[in-house]
Design a protein around this ligand. Structure first.
Ligand SMILES: Cc1ncc(COP(=O)(O)O)c(C=O)c1O
Length: 389
């Protein structure tokens, strides 16, 4: 970065990893490496113990009632595909409706579009106020009525930072008999999550956006729903018995974990959870909300810069446009001054279309960011503006 220190403000894409996470994975590979569940030798016992221990940590982290509700996946995207294919493939029929919001990441849109196309279901979107960056819930009651079968909604927007009132929305859905899936990819590293008080039926997230490794994610589901679902992939581990003609499948969560799971990554995720618990999730949320308010205030002081998203509470994500400068130009110039930003549609093209922008510049913060990094960001954006003036 030359004369500038790195100010990494692309945490919504992925966070950096604490040494405790890297160390937990190193120790696993150096000391405990074996495949899980299959053998009775000492290393296999240890590997299985560490892997299942990580599952128990995730259950505690989410306040899930038991560890069997925790399915390891490759990430949030795979977890959503699992629900769309397994639950949706069996439960959705021609004419049924899938309810989404306009602020979903493509990961929580495309899997639903695929299953809708396959079974002949339709899609509907909760209306949104593009200026306020919040959902308009006046029509929620009728949108949740028949033929809606499932609502898939992000907890926090990866573009606007909007935090949706998921507990109130899930309660309304429950009254109407509609299943809810919450995409917690952008909230899991920043806000305390409690699946019981959220009242949803499924919740998904990726490990790498909450200081854990890439390649592991979580599907949490209510026991009775997971038990009613068929596996979506076949292979070893997920079966009870296989004959020449067929197979019977095992119980959740193994039913959904065909093949060798991401063992070291799950153990790394467990370490990330312990790390966050030690820091204190409420303390993290408080610090990040102060830092976000500071960043918003400073950015709003720059001429011709328009920040998007809600004026009140938000996740530590700030998107903006700058009159006369393409987002990618700002990102490139900021990079020359050591500031890592993201520019573009952030895998939310329908949202950008609704906002009337081709893309935005996005700064997304984590607990390790500081006010002086925000000052560095503001200086970089100011210098880009002057260059283009
Ligand atoms: C809100 C949201 N959902 C889902 C995802 C997909 O996460 P992954 O690519 O780790 O599966 C992202 C990634 O940016 C996201 O921001």
């Amino acid at each position: 970065m030359g004369e500038f220190p790195l100010a990494y403000l692309d945490n919504a894409a992925t966070t950096h990893k604490p040494r405790a996470v890297i160390e937990a994975m190193r120790v696993f590979y150096e000391r405990d490496n074996a495949n899980v569940h299959r053998a009775v030798h000492e290393l296999a016992h240890r590997a299985t113990g560490c892997f299942e221990g990580a599952r128990a940590s995730v259950a505690r982290f989410l306040n899930a009632s038991n560890a069997e509700q925790i399915v390891f996946t490759r990430g949030a995207t795979e977890a959503i595909n699992l629900v769309a294919q397994s639950w949706g493939g069996a439960r959705l029929q021609r004419g049924d409706r899938i309810l989404l919001s306009p602020m979903e990441h493509h990961s929580n849109l495309v899997p639903w579009q695929q299953i809708a196309r396959r079974v002949g279901a339709t899609l509907a979107y909760i209306p949104m106020d593009p200026i306020a960056g919040t959902l308009r819930l006046e029509e929620l009651d009728s949108l949740l009525s028949s033929p809606t079968k499932i609502l898939a909604l992000t907890h926090a927007s990866n573009v606007l930072g909007t935090i949706n009132p998921v507990a109130a929305i899930a309660a309304e859905a429950r009254r109407k008999g509609v299943i809810t899936l919450i995409d917690a990819a952008q909230s899991v590293g920043h806000l305390p999550l409690d699946v019981e008080s959220m009242g949803c039926d499924f919740l998904v997230f990726s490990g790498h956006k909450m200081y854990g490794p890439m390649g592991v994610g979580i599907l949490w589901g209510r026991s009775e729903i997971l038990e009613s679902m068929a596996p979506w992939q076949g292979g070893g581990e997920m079966v009870r018995e296989v004959t020449w003609d067929g197979f019977t499948f095992g119980p959740p969560p193994q039913r959904f974990e065909a093949g060798t799971p991401p063992v070291a990554e799950a153990i790394g995720l467990g370490a990330a959870i312990r790390f966050l618990e030690q820091l204190g999730r409420k303390e993290i949320a408080l610090y990040e909300s102060e830092l976000t308010a500071y960043a918003l205030e400073r950015l709003r002081g720059i001429p011709d810069l328009r920040t998007l998203g809600p004026s009140g509470e938000r996740a530590p994500v700030i998107s903006w446009t700058q009159r006369g400068i393409h987002p990618h130009d700002i990102v490139c110039l900021a990079n020359e001054r050591g500031v890592a930003l993201r520019g573009g549609h952030h895998c939310a093209q329908p949202l950008c279309a609704m906002l009337g922008v081709e893309g935005t510049v996005r700064a997304s913060l984590a607990f390790y960011n500081t006010r002086s990094e925000i000052d560095q960001l503001v200086d970089a954006v100011e210098s880009a503006r002057k260059l283009f003036a």
